[in-house]
Design a protein around this ligand. Structure first.
Ligand SMILES: Cc1cc2nc3c(=O)[nH]c(=O)nc-3n(C[C@H](O)[C@H](O)[C@H](O)COP(=O)(O)OP(=O)(O)OC[C@H]3O[C@@H](n4cnc5c(N)ncnc54)[C@H](O)[C@@H]3O)c2cc1C
Length: 416
């Protein structure tokens, strides 16, 4: 049996672990577009700030792949799949045969078609290569950055850059920051905190053009937003990510925003599985959704790996949550940011907003300390009705914010 895994991130590693847990002898091949060993994208800001060394980012050593008897093709990407002949074609010209194939190629940053976007010193905030580029721009004297997009990734980039004494200006098309994570009221609290640290925001605004420098038009010198010019030495594009599927055109694999997979993580083509940011899978609300989170990639990779060896396992639905930490303030949200009713409560250095539909908690947003986040997962995932959410339940689960949540229960009118 020969397993080929496209990708070397969380989904790929989880699949590898699953396959090896039941099959120690079959051949496993990992192909990765990047030359790097597997690493944690979520840690690149810690590397840029200098808080952690580059080596900290890596999830595995080179010995790991050797010990697992994995044939690696790093720095060589898959450019097409030939399902009839069960082959993957790589950019280098190599063709790899497979019995079972896993597509775990993650996501791509969507680059908006802004005039000037190809100039030097425009980067994304996704890979180790991006982090190296940002550090090199800072070393070359970059002092002012424009970040396009004020979502969680944009805020992580802001945290890294401000820590490195780079002035940050955000340009965000929505009317408030973190638009898919927090409602405008909660987002406003984060925005004001960042403004106090010198971060500037242009909301409901778009970068219309990227300008060059007087001395060299090929390098970023600023941006045009409305009728204003904002000077900048670098631009970070943080406009969101989407499944990395362009090389799958024409093979008949079913896809929408991402590759569509069954609960077994199998695609519409028998023998080809997919997992991680590249897939569109059922979320906890039962909708098909693309939810790029480590926990989802890992669970899906585990399931795909086992099923590729002949098991018949089903993957749990995708979790939906967001967490961000920037310049001393943290925010977390799970579930919906809208509801028929809501209540904001403050205490113990935390602000909590519960969104409710027919008295059920359908979403929780918090700003403040991260500890006790399990509380909110539980309240949300168990689908508690407010009437069921007694202090006893909260206390027996060791919830650290029992007092605040109890206050929420007392203050929010229930409809049944
Ligand atoms: C800055 C940042 C911070 C994040 N923070 C968090 C966080 O705090 N918590 C959280 O849960 N999630 C976070 N995420 C999201 C998380 O990193 C992803 O959900 C996770 O990495 C997805 O794993 P994956 O295996 O699907 O893809 P990836 O980890 O992206 O791996 C994709 C792999 O595919 C390879 N590849 C791409 N194209 C090809 C090709 N054509 N052929 C072969 N190989 C290819 C790539 O080189 C890479 O090895 C963050 C992401 C970023 C960018």
């Amino acid at each position: 049996m020969r397993y080929v895994i496209l990708g070397n991130g969380y989904a790929a590693l989880a699949a590898l672990k699953s396959i090896r847990s039941v099959d120690s002898s079959s051949s496993i091949v990992i192909v990765s577009a990047e030359k790097e060993l597997s690493y944690a994208p979520r840690a690149i800001h810690n590397y840029i700030t200098g808080e952690k060394p580059r080596a900290f980012l890596y999830l595995k050593t080179a010995d790991f792949y050797h010990d697992q008897r994995v044939e690696t093709h790093f720095g060589d990407k898959a450019i097409s799949i030939d399902p009839r002949n069960r082959k993957v074609n790589l950019e280098s010209g190599k063709a790899l045969e497979y019995d079972h194939l896993l597509i775990a190629t993650g996501s791509n940053v969507s680059i908006p078609p802004i005039p000037g976007i190809r100039k030097k010193n425009v980067t994304t905030f996704k890979t180790i290569a991006d982090a190296d580029e940002i550090l090199s721009m800072i070393a070359m004297g970059a002092k002012r950055a424009v970040i396009i997009g004020a979502g969680p990734i944009g805020l992580m980039a802001c945290n890294a850059l401000v820590t490195r004494s780079v002035e940050v200006t955000f340009v965000e098309v929505a009317k408030s920051i973190l638009p898919r994570m927090l409602d405008p009221e909660m987002a406003g609290i984060i925005q004001r905190h960042l403004e106090k640290k010198g971060v500037r925001f242009f909301l409901a605004a778009q970068v219309e053009q990227i300008l060059g420098r007087d001395e060299d038009d090929s390098i970023v010198g600023g941006v045009v937003v409305g009728n204003r010019r904002i000077d900048a030495d670098m631009i970070v594009v943080a406009t969101g990510v989407g499944p990395n599927i362009p090389f799958m055109e024409g093979i008949g694999i079913e896809k929408d925003r991402g590759i569509l997979v069954s609960e077994k993580m199998e695609t519409s083509i028998p023998g080809i599985y997919a997992a991680g940011d590249v897939v569109e899978y059922f979320d906890i609300f039962g909708r098909r959704n693309v939810v790029p989170l480590v926990v989802n990639a890992t669970r899906q990779g585990e399931t795909a790996g086992l099923n590729m060896t002949g098991f018949d396992g089903k993957c749990m639905p995708s979790m939906i949550f967001n967490a961000v930490e920037a310049l001393g303030i943290t925010a977390f949200s799970v579930g919906s940011i809208e509801g028929e009713e809501s209540s904001v409560l403050e205490g113990n250095g935390r602000i909590i907003k519960l969104s409710l539909e027919k008295s059920k908690v359908v979403g929780v947003q918090t700003i403040g300390k991260f500890d006790g986040i399990g509380t909110f997962f539980d309240i949300f995932n168990k689908g508690f009705a407010l009437s069921e959410l007694s202090l006893d339940i909260i206390a027996t689960r060791g919830f650290s914010y029992a007092d605040i949540i109890q206050k929420a229960i007392l203050e929010i009118p229930t409809s049944n």
